[in-house]
Design a protein around this ligand. Structure first.
Ligand code: UDP
Length: 456
């Protein structure tokens, strides 16, 4: 569609789980007639190419390696705030000089709360896109408002929270459970919720049917609108023509896994992936490998770490099982989830992975690691009932027996039929949300309409 006025800059945190939804949103806005510029760090910009979206680098202060070069998370976030505020402002001013449609809106990632100040200073619309589930975000918001104790201590659970199931200690976002870790991330997140009302729009990468109870419980209380799932159109029958890929993979997918999957029987393979950030211990990897073998199902496993890959390759060789399991360093996860041979997804429950599985109707075995993942796992098992959660033992390990039990349960167990039916239903709901006239589509159209009219 031709740009009819309205230019939006979309700013992402430079990690895979943030680039994907933010870029997808930028593509969606471009397809609806806005000019869209995607702002990201120089070392990620080179991986991104998406139809209708121009990609522009802004510095975070670590132009070669990004957060891996920073001494720690707190220093990285502080550097991105200081350097990024300046470089983002410069970028927008430069775009205004060179483009016939000046920037009138900044959409920013919820890990970058300082961006609201840039939008205010330049007097353009400010929009935050929440990259966690709306339910998880509601917890942060309630803490900010003083409605929930923080940090949560073990004897204070289960927590009864409007719109959410009762949450046990190991079902809370890891940042909230005492003693909490990675407080720099939490501080950044809390800043967003402290200033939520200063934005012109607050969007979440979710859809109304998925978090219906929450939307109902908080109607009129908080300003969040759901505009997801941010998944390429080809997978959810969404409206963007020819959209079959996010367009910004930071790693090159390995070869041959699609052919391998294609040769397997329908719903016979367990796909195992723990996203782009989780660091799974070697001991845990061993337990998962043995559990998968015990379950007697084929598996395709994404392992980025070379030590872990070595261990797994040795494991497969020593068991003469190379045809049984396959290891890849990286894959196109959506393409894999869409394969007929994939029967279940063993996942760390990152929000994008969760939404992708929901959107494609794939049952899950949940192995949450940190951050929002324990809460997502709770929803997978107890609210949407599209999978089961593998539980840790007293040594905090998920044993091979537990892995085997969960895989069997989801693939062939008593609950497997019900889980599959629920997963298929959720897929239909996801498609309904993004199709023409769906709840997310309407929310985005209303937003685009205002942007095209302009501010003031
Ligand atoms: N992903 C992928 N290939 C892989 C593993 C992951 O394309 O081999 C993508 C996946 O589709 C998802 C993102 O990386 O969109 C991971 O985001 P998520 O929120 O699930 O987890 P994070 O990496 O942020 O922990």
């Amino acid at each position: 569609m031709e740009n009819s006025g309205g230019h939006v800059v979309v700013l992402t945190y430079p990690a895979q789980g943030h680039i994907n939804p933010l870029l997808q949103f930028a593509k969606c806005l471009a397809s609806k007639g806005l000019k869209a510029t995607f702002a990201t760090t120089p070392y990620t910009a080179k991986f991104i190419a998406a139809k209708g979206v121009q990609v522009m680098p802004i510095s975070d202060g670590f132009d070669n390696g990004g957060f891996r070069d920073a001494p720690n998370v707190a220093d990285y976030l502080e550097s991105f705030k200081t350097v990024g505020s300046r470089t983002l402002t410069e970028l927008i001013l430069k775009l205004n000089q060179s483009s016939d449609s000046p920037v009138n809106c900044l959409v920013y990632d919820s890990l970058l709360p300082w961006a609201v100040d840039v939008a205010k200073k330049l007097d353009i619309f400010s929009v935050v896109l929440l990259t966690n589930s709306a339910s998880v975000c509601s917890l942060y918001w309630q803490i900010h408002r003083g409605f929930l104790p923080f940090p949560v201590e073990k004897d204070k659970v289960p927590l009864a929270i409007p719109g959410l199931p009762p949450l046990g200690f190991d079902e809370l976002p890891s940042f909230l459970a005492f003693p909490s870790h990675n407080s720099a991330y939490l501080e950044s997140i809390m800043r967003v919720f402290a200033r939520l009302d200063e934005n012109d729009w607050v969007f979440a990468n979710s859809f109304e049917d998925l978090e219906y109870e929450l939307a109902k419980a908080l109607t009129g209380l908080w300003p969040v609108q759901m505009v997801g799932p941010m998944v390429p159109s080809a997978y959810v029958e969404g409206p963007i023509a020819g959209d079959s890929d996010y367009g910004g993979s930071l790693w090159k997918p390995s070869d041959h896994y699609l052919k391998w999957l294609d040769e397997k029987a329908p719903k016979s393979v367990v796909f195992v992936s723990f996203g782009s950030m989780a660091d799974v211990e070697i001991k845990q990897i061993e337990e998962i490998a043995c559990g998968l073998k015990g379950s007697n199902h084929h598996f395709l496993w994404v392992i980025k770490d070379s030590e872990q890959e070595k261990l797994l390759t040795e494991f497969l060789q020593s068991n003469d099982e190379m045809g049984f399991g396959k290891i890849v360093k990286w894959c196109n996860q959506l393409e894999v989830l869409a394969q007929k041979s994939v029967g279940c997804f063993m996942t760390h429950c990152g929000w994008n992975s969760t939404l992708e599985a929901v959107s494609l109707g794939v049952p899950m075995v949940a192995l949450p690691q940190w951050s929002d993942q324990p809460t997502n796992a709770k929803f997978i098992e107890s609210v949407w009932r599209v999978g089961v959660r593998a539980r840790r033992d007293e040594k905090m390990i998920v044993t091979r027996e537990e892995i085997e039990r969960c895989v069997r349960e989801v693939m062939v167990g008593e609950k497997s039929d019900e889980i599959r039916i629920n997963a298929s239903k959720m897929r239909e709901q996801a498609k309904r949300a993004v199709c023409n006239g769906g709840s997310s589509d309407i929310a985005i159209n209303n937003f685009v309409e205002v942007l095209i009219k302009g501010k003031g």
